[in-house]
Design a protein around this ligand. Structure first.
Ligand SMILES: Cc1cc2nc3c(=O)[nH]c(=O)nc-3n(C[C@H](O)[C@H](O)[C@H](O)COP(=O)(O)OP(=O)(O)OC[C@H]3O[C@@H](n4cnc5c(N)ncnc54)[C@H](O)[C@@H]3O)c2cc1C
Length: 617
């Protein structure tokens, strides 16, 4: 997380410092993406594409088959949407097959499945019912199991993991009214109690998914500065809190445009006595706990987005073939055909990127960057795919499933998917915040190259000259072609493009750093372009590697053609993003927003009804 503002206020500095401290310094080895932004992609991590092993697939299959069978027989997503309730019998059945402890090791009562199998489950869930998906994802990706697995001590794991795996629902409470993307503003406090054995937790948490019905909560709260800290030092700690303890209450149940059955609410904590042994990791380490758990959460959101996109593709494919207008199936009309083929290419790219990140995670690599990129990519592509499906289905895309069913038509629930999917680019790291996070990670190697701590240097220009000179040889080398993996005739050119564009991207990032130095963090549009270029290149490379690996699979014919379809358009987008940005782009945007916020253009809003009376001024 790298919240970048346009004004370097003291609050902004404090927020940056807090997040920077929470950032894990050491990963378990970089993946492909880190090298991509440095001009030397780690091809070995992607070629050959790390397909799931037969042994791992067989290990996960009994659960995946049981889940599929249960969803088919017992989970009616339209009824869940309409009644805003998940039937208790369905929850019992999900508990029965182990769906609440998919990754929890068998020693603690879970299924002990890999990240890859976990994400396969979320693709399946996402393709069927977003309400169930969110409940299960929040419970085990950011709710208590994941933070416990990453940071819990043995006693905490023994006490809570068996309960959680058996189905005691958990929730994750980070957000507050004033804390969205910026945890430095946190007001919820946990102060040491006079007895020395407890913390006293006070405050309110907003939008806590599963919160109103959860039994076990992971709560982030401010704790006092540690010995040696400045008196105003902001520290955040994370605690396991039981919902049944005195002082915990649900202040409000929230309702949204989609995810109608999501139990989400405002949780209130009034003098809750939290035993010291329920502190996760160390005091002041809370943000690290939250950010690490969010890595997994992001992959689960990416997986469920892929699942929904697959279902939207299926609905659009059927309709393109069946529906005839103007003398031909609509899929044969150029504009509809372009949408459908772009949907297929997008779904392929999402799958290629997601399962590469999953394989890296299973291999113990550092997936922070890959998880963030996969979340941005899959949530945004899914939104495009679902929107394309709506357009292709025409009026039927806008009609509810129950109305379609009542008229005897195919009840493809695209209207529900649009509502349910929209939040994916907002929660568990909004697209904007994740782009800033990705930019921070992408720049890490460049900062190291010039020997500067990110965002901290105020060196005079002559010192920068001293820093840059030793990088000259590296910079010149980025003009020389390097290795690109061999591929079939269709994909070879795309991989060479990724290789050369990666060097260009690295030069662009390096030049931006030199040009803007400590001010780079404020160049959001520039950073966005560079991250977006990286996203296209990462997706292209993943598609080519995936297609080559699937090449011999008779059940998945023409994978190279699919990768080629994706790469042909991604190349155009990447080229445009790598071009020099228009001069004054950021200034123009900031001035436009400033004028709008200052109400200089209030006349534009004339002619509308202002029911709340809040619009003037
Ligand atoms: C259905 C739902 C379920 C949720 N579940 C949970 C949960 O279980 N637990 C929990 O703790 N929270 C939960 N949340 C909260 C969710 O994670 C937040 O909505 C999210 O973090 C964004 O915070 P915000 O909405 O306050 O937006 P803000 O942080 O106020 O941001 C508003 C907009 O500004 C952008 N923005 C903010 N800062 C910057 C910046 N520096 N640079 C560029 N753009 C910026 C954001 O991307 C966003 O578009 C949930 C929310 C919803 C709606």
């Amino acid at each position: 997380m790298l919240p970048v503002l346009t004004l370097p206020t003291p609050d902004h500095r404090a927020a940056l410092e807090l997040v920077e401290e929470a950032r894990e310094q050491e990963g378990g080895g970089g993946g492909f993406a880190r090298g991509l932004f440095l001009g030397s992609p780690a091809w070995a991590s992607l070629f050959p594409y790390p397909l799931q092993t037969t042994a791992d697939r067989e290990h996960g299959q009994p659960f995946l088959s049981a889940l599929e069978d249960l969803l088919r027989r017992q989970a009616d997503p339209d009824a869940i949407d309409a009644t805003a309730e998940i039937p208790p019998e369905l929850m019992t059945s999900l508990r029965g097959i182990g769906a609440f402890g998919i990754k929890v090791p068998a020693d603690y009562g879970g299924l002990g499945l890999s990240e890859t199998n976990y994400l396969r489950a979320f693709v399946l869930l996402g393709s069927h019912c977003a309400n169930l998906t969110t409940l299960l994802s929040v419970h085990q990706s950011v709710g208590a199991p994941q933070p416990l697995l990453l940071f819990g001590n043995e006693e905490q794991k023994r006490r809570y993991l068996p309960r959680l795996a058996a189905g005691d629902l958990s929730a994750f409470a980070l957000t507050e009214t004033k804390v969205g993307s910026d945890p430095a503003r946190m007001e919820c406090r946990a102060d040491p109690a006079p007895d020395g054995r407890h913390y006293l937790l006070n405050g309110e948490k907003l939008w806590c998914s599963n919160g109103p019905i959860a039994k076990i909560l992971v709560v982030a709260a401010r704790t006092p500065p540690l010995p040696g800290d400045a008196p105003d030092k902001r520290r955040i700690s994370t605690f396991i809190v039981e919902a049944g303890w005195p002082g915990v209450s649900v202040a409000h149940r929230c309702h949204f445009m989609g995810l109608k059955a999501l139990q989400n609410g405002v949780l209130r904590f009034e003098g809750v006595r939290v035993p010291r042994e329920n502190l996760l990791a160390g005091e002041g380490e809370g943000l690290k706990v939250a950010l690490s758990a969010l890595n997994t959460g992001r992959l689960a959101v990416a997986a469920s987005s892929l699942g929904m996109a697959k279902s939207a593709l299926a609905a659009a494919r059927r309709w393109c073939r069946e529906r005839e207008q103007w003398g031909a199936p609509i899929g044969r009309h150029g504009m509809v055909a372009a949408r459908l083929s772009s949907m297929a290419a997008s779904v392929f790219s999402m799958e290629a990127m997601l399962f590469h990140a999953a394989a890296l995670d299973d291999a113990g690599a550092d997936v922070r960057l890959e998880a963030a990129l996969a979340k941005i990519w899959c949530s945004e592509r899914a939104w495009d795919v679902v929107n394309d499906a709506l357009q292709i289905r025409g009026g039927r895309g806008y009609e509810t499933a129950s109305s379609l069913r009542a008229r005897g038509e195919d009840p493809a629930p695209i209207e529900r998917w649009v509502r349910d999917n929209r939040i994916a680019t907002v929660f568990e790291g909004s697209s904007e915040i994740l782009r800033l996070f990705a930019a921070r990670e992408a720049l890490e190697g460049h900062f190291r190259r010039v020997g500067v701590a990110p965002g901290r240097s105020t060196d005079p220009p002559q010192d920068w000259a001293r820093r840059i000179l030793p990088c000259a040889a590296w910079y010149l080398r980025t003009f020389l072609p390097r290795f690109a993996p061999p591929a079939d005739a269709l994909l070879r050119g795309h991989l060479r493009f990724v290789e050369s564009a990666s060097r260009r991207l690295a030069r662009g990032l390096f030049t931006s750093l030199i040009r803007h130095r400590e001010g780079l963090e404020r160049q959001q549009l520039l950073l966005k372009r560079q991250v977006d270029a990286g996203l296209e290149l990462q997706a292209m490379a993943a598609c080519c590697a995936y297609a080559l690996a699937l090449g011999h699979d008779p059940r998945r014919p023409a994978a190279s053609e699919l990768a080629n379809l994706f790469c042909a358009s991604a190349r155009l987008r990447a080229r445009a993003l790598l071009r020099r940005p228009p001069r004054g782009e950021l200034k123009l945007a900031l001035e436009g927003a400033d004028r709008t916020m200052r109400a200089d253009w209030l006349w534009l809003e004339e002619g509308r009804l202002d029911p709340g009376g809040k619009g003037l001024g």
